[in-house]
Design a protein around this ligand. Structure first.
Ligand SMILES: [Mg+2]
Length: 234
C-alpha cells in the first residue's frame, strides 16, 4: 500500500499551511474584521517557531495562510508525509496556544522550479490583495446591515475599481490600509556582518538574523523580483 509518494530531497517546495474553517473561527474568537493584528501576529509567531526547528528560506503570510519555501536538501530527506504533517501541526499547536482554542491547520505541498518560485509568490500576493479588497467590502456591507448572502451577491462580479470607489464613498481608502494587509508579511533570514575583538584584532563574522518584513515590496515589480532573488539565492 502506498500512502504518499516521496519526492527527491533535491526538490524545491512550498508548504502552504492554511486555517481550517477559519471564517467560522474568526467569529468564535471575536476577532476584529476584516483584519485583526492578533491573528497576523499569531501566524508570525508560529512561522518563527518553524524557523527555529527547520530551515525554510522564507515564509509568506496573509489572511489565514503561511507559505514556507524549502530549498534542497529538504528536511526528512523530502519525505512528504513527514513534511505535510509536522509543519501544519507546529503551526496549529502554536496558534491554538496563543488563542487558547483548538485551531486546526491543513497543508499542501507544491513542487516548484526556479521560475515558479517567483510566479508562485506573485500569485499568492495577488490573492492577498484580492482578499484585502473583498474583505473590506464584505464586512462594510455586513456592518450596514446586509446579510452574508446579500453582501456576497452585491460583490459578485464587481470590478476592483467599483469596490474601491464604493468603499471610498463610505470613508475607507484602500490605498491607505496597513501594508501587511495589502501585501502580506514576509519572513526571511538575512546574513549580517558583525565584528568582534579577539587578541587585540578586529575580526569579522556573519550571523543569520530572522527578519520580519511587514512592508514587503510588490513581488511582481522589478524591485520585488530583485529583493526576492537576493533572499532566495543567498
Ligand atoms: Mg483558510
Amino acid at each position: 500500500m502506498i500512502l504518499f509518494s516521496n519526492i527527491s530531497f533535491q526538490h524545491k517546495i512550498f508548504i502552504r499551511v492554511d486555517g481550517v474553517n477559519f471564517s467560522k473561527k474568526v467569529e468564535e474568537l471575536k476577532l476584529k474584521k476584516p483584519y485583526d493584528e492578533r491573528l497576523i501576529n499569531a501566524l508570525i509567531e508560529a512561522s518563527l517557531y518553524v524557523f527555529k526547528y527547520f530551515n525554510p528560506r522564507l515564509a509568506f503570510i496573509f489572511s489565514d495562510e503561511i507559505n514556507f519555501l524549502f530549498l534542497p536538501p529538504l528536511p526528512f530527506k523530502g519525505r512528504l508525509e513527514k513534511l505535510n504533517s509536522i509543519i501544519p501541526s507546529i503551526v496549529s499547536s502554536k496558534v491554538s496556544l496563543i488563542f487558547k482554542k483548538e485551531l486546526p491547520f491543513d497543508s499542501k505541498i507544491i513542487c516548484v522550479n526556479d521560475d515558479e518560485i517567483y510566479s508562485y509568490l506573485i500569485e499568492r500576493q495577488n490573492e492577498a490583495w484580492r482578499n484585502h479588497i473583498n474583505s473590506y467590502a464584505f464586512y462594510k456591507l455586513l456592518e450596514e446591515g446586509y446579510s452574508r448572502k446579500e453582501a456576497a451577491n452585491i460583490l459578485k462580479g464587481k470590478k476592483y475599481k467599483d469596490l474601491h470607489e464604493m468603499l471610498f464613498q463610505k470613508g475607507i481608502n484602500l490605498a491607505k490600509t496597513p501594508a501587511w494587509q495589502r501585501r502580506g508579511v514576509l519572513i526571511y533570514k538575512k546574513k549580517e556582518e558583525y565584528e568582534k575583538k579577539l587578541n587585540g584584532k578586529i575580526i569579522k563574522y556573519f550571523r543569520n538574523r530572522v527578519i520580519i518584513d511587514r512592508n514587503p515590496p510588490l513581488f511582481s515589480s522589478n524591485n520585488g523580483v530583485k529583493f526576492l532573488r537576493e533572499i532566495i539565492s543567498s
